[in-house]
Write a protein that binds this ligand. Structure first.
Ligand code: UDP
Ligand code: MG
Length: 318
């Protein structure tokens, strides 16, 4: 472990995105302090308040009076966890940063092991969950399906069961800060970076207090964001769907041609016609919809709006 160098030098930043977390914040803070203090590091804890509506801010500012190593950024509104993490990377000053959830589902006890892996040469230390206690079956199943699908249809390999709980070296933080895209699917960006990575396995605990901020539809949105940001497979799917339905229609037409030659007086086929029209119409709308999804993302990118807006920032005082 390094001993303290220059007085303002920060060895380690802990980045914590928070959204309506008044219940768990004090528990989290005393826990993380108890882990960090014995390490003999100069550290800061960067809380990014992602537009909370509860007393999160009062709690953090109260803590900051007693703990000057807290840096506090407040968003002008809720921009989402990916934006909060992006801001954390921009604002942190440490030689390394650890991204951690405030709900204690990411055990702070593992921080010394993460620092060790970093000292041993890893630029990113991935924390892999071997168990997901307290999470419903459907969440585990859909998460695993999603990672599998994304691995298949994109160039990047996103490690399974690795969330945002990771350590990043300064050079990977600088690299992340250069990525200016608006559609920020962080797990994909981490995988895209490359650099030497290490993986530590752990068991994930249930939330210590408060409720999950990720209802099902928000998770689906994040998954779709991940797919469209890292893969153009859905666009190519339109080509294949079009080709195969055209091929099917050709075979079907040949069949009717032969049939009408064999039984010339039978006037039939109205239902078939409707089915084919509906099928093709649906297929076309579906493909246009996928095109639209990508165009919408291009639209968001070209507008060049910032990923988040900071209303107030109080740096750590050492
Ligand atoms: N979070 C955030 N902005 C949001 C949603 C969540 O900053 O819009 C934070 C939240 O406060 C927590 C972390 O992201 O620190 C993970 O959220 P949560 O525990 O609700 O997600 P889950 O563990 O259920 O996936
Ligand atoms: Mg959680």
């Amino acid at each position: 472990m390094t001993t303290l160098t220059a007085p303002n030098h920060i060895d380690l930043s802990i980045i914590v995105p928070v959204f309506n977390e008044e219940a768990v914040l004090p528990i989290f803070h005393s826990k993380i302090i108890s882990i960090l203090q014995p390490l003999n590091l100069n550290y800061e804890i960067v809380y990014v308040n992602d537009g909370s509506h509860d007393h999160t801010e009062v709690v953090i500012l109260g803590l900051k009076q007693r703990h000057p190593e807290i840096a506090y950024a407040k968003f002008s509104r809720n921009f989402g966890k990916e934006a909060a993490m992006t801001a954390g990377f921009k604002l942190c000053r440490g030689d390394a940063a650890i991204m951690i959830d405030v709900d204690l589902q990411d055990p702070p006890e593992l921080i010394p092991a993460m620092i060790q892996a970093w000292r041993d040469g890893a630029d990113i230390v991935n924390m892999k969950r071997s168990e997901r206690f307290g999470e419903p079956m459907w969440k585990k199943a859909t998460a695993s399906m999603f990672y599998h699908l994304l691995g298949k249809i994109s160039d990047i390999e996103i490690p399974h069961n690795v969330g945002d709980f990771r350590l990043f070296s300064r050079r990977t933080i600088e690299a992340l800060n250069q990525l200016s895209e608006r559609g920020r699917f962080m797990k994909g960006l981490y995988a895209w970076l490359g650099f030497p990575q290490a993986t530590i396995e752990y068991e994930r605990d249930p939330r210590a207090a408060g409720n999950t901020k990720w209802p099902f539809f928000k998770l689906v949105g994040l998954a779709w964001q991940g797919i469209t940001a890292f893969s153009t497979a859905p666009l190519q799917m339109a080509t294949w769907l079009g080709l195969s339905s055209a091929g099917g229609a050709f075979v079907y037409a040949s069949y009717f041609l032969i049939k009408s030659v064999v039984y010339p007086d039978i006037v039939q086929g109205f239902p078939t016609l409707i089915v084919v029209i509906l099928f093709l119409g649906g297929l076309q709308l579906f493909c246009i919809g996928i095109l639209g999804e990508y165009i919408a993302r291009i639209y968001t990118e070209v507008k060049q709006r910032p990923v988040y807006l900071i209303e107030a920032f109080h740096p750590a005082q050492h």
